[in-house]
Design a protein around this ligand. Structure first.
Ligand code: COI
Length: 374
């Protein structure tokens, strides 16, 4: 099945500043591209006040007029999502499982005392930014337009209570993958990313800010990323930096079970579905890090990899400790990782059949719509 039904870009629901078309036409994508460094010249914004969402606006990219007392700056009431628009195989750009991001964003919003986003508003933002960005969505396999929807609190008061006003925005970045393997990973045995009852299983920005220190310490020791363990016993693997973790043990795929502290990744879910489809045995379970290291040394664990929207799939070359001990993976290039990455990318990029109807085709932006300015 090659892509799902075309989704109309919702001109009738949003306001489009005609300047976005000129901005998109003039835009030149730099080389080297990297991840998240080049910002698309367009932004989608919608405001929430008096208990309801206002109309979405597609505007040229530029600074926001944020009040210095806005609650997002003081109490970190902000959540985000990450997904990609691909334009490699098909004639139109395609989104990958955007509905999952919408559902997760609303779970994150509920956890942070923020209003739910209507599905139409979330999709309007993604479709309008993607359609407008069509001229510069990278066409090379592995590259894409990274989309960053975010929802944040704007009420300008310092009382530590939930905001009553919010902004939803979508910005985008033509990008390469965040990183590529083989990754050098260090076991983080002191710090913790999340505790039960906290916010580890939702995509709140604070999770990412709080993780920067361990990543910097990992880099100082010559590693790429920290491997997070549970915060209580410091034994069980949770996430790999900002990604989900997989290992291949005795030919089967193992990943930490979703226990309330791990983010349920869209890529994680897709990898599990593809692995099951190809008949691979799959185990979602508690994964003791020392047991895993032992299984790597004995050769039972042959490979490990990270997955996430930004990285796609990246193999792990070695898992080390801050005291200098290193445990190299027998298959650092990750044959399973490589195959699953290709399978997933083939679907995302519209080069391969889409057995789960995951892709969502984006219609052109019709800037001639009569009501485009409201
Ligand atoms: C993603 O893979 O989308 C992530 O959330 C990582 C991001 C922080 C770059």
């Amino acid at each position: 099945m090659i892509p799902s039904a075309m989704s109309a870009t919702p001109q009738s629901r949003i306001e489009i500043d005609p300047a976005v078309v000129t901005a998109a036409g003039d835009f030149v994508v730099p080389e080297p591209l990297g991840f998240g460094r080049c910002l698309a010249p367009v932004v989608f914004l919608a405001d929430y006040q008096d208990g309801q969402w206002g109309r979405g606006r597609l505007l040229p990219y530029g600074p926001l007029g944020l009040d210095p007392a806005a609650k997002v700056l003081h109490y970190a009431q902000v959540v985000f999502e990450g997904l990609k628009a691909y334009h490699v195989g098909g004639s139109r750009p395609m989104l990958f499982r955007p509905e999952m991001n919408w559902r997760r964003m609303n779970r994150s919003a509920a956890r942070m005392m923020m209003p739910a986003l209507p599905r139409d508003l979330f999709m309007d933002g993604l479709l309008a930014v993607t359609a407008c960005s069509e001229p510069y969505i990278p066409r090379a396999s592995g590259r894409s337009l990274y989309l960053r929807p975010a929802l944040f609190a704007t009420q300008p008061t310092l009382d530590p209570a939930p905001s009553t006003t919010f902004t939803f925005m979508v910005v985008a970045s033509p990008s390469e993958a965040l990183a590529s393997g083989p990754l050098r990973v260090v076991v983080e045995r002191t710090g913790a990313r999340a505790v039960a009852g906290g916010t580890g299983d939702v995509k709140v920005s604070g999770n990412y800010g709080a993780a920067l220190h361990a990543t910097a310490v990992a880099a100082q020791s010559g590693f790429d990323q920290p491997l997070w363990l549970d915060a209580i016993s410091h034994r069980y693997i949770e996430e790999l930096s900002v990604m989900n973790f997989f290992a291949v043990v005795d030919g089967a795929l193992h990943t930490p079970e979703l226990n309330g502290t791990i983010l349920p990744g869209v890529t994680r879910d897709s990898i599990l579905a593809l692995a099951r489809l190809e008949g691979l045995r799959v185990h979602e379970r508690l994964m003791d890090v020392d047991e895993l290291l032992q299984m790597i040394r004995s050769g039972r664990c042959t490979e490990a990899f990270a997955c996430g929207t930004a990285i796609i799939v990246g193999s792990i070359g070695l898992i080390g400790e801050h005291d200098g001990r290193l445990c190299p993976l027998p298959e650092p290039e990750g044959p399973h990782a490589g195959r699953l990455r290709e399978r997933l990318l083939g679907i995302q990029e519209g080069r391969e059949p889409d057995p789960f109807a995951w892709t969502h085709t984006v219609a052109p932006l019709d800037t001639s719509a009569p009501d485009r300015n409201g």
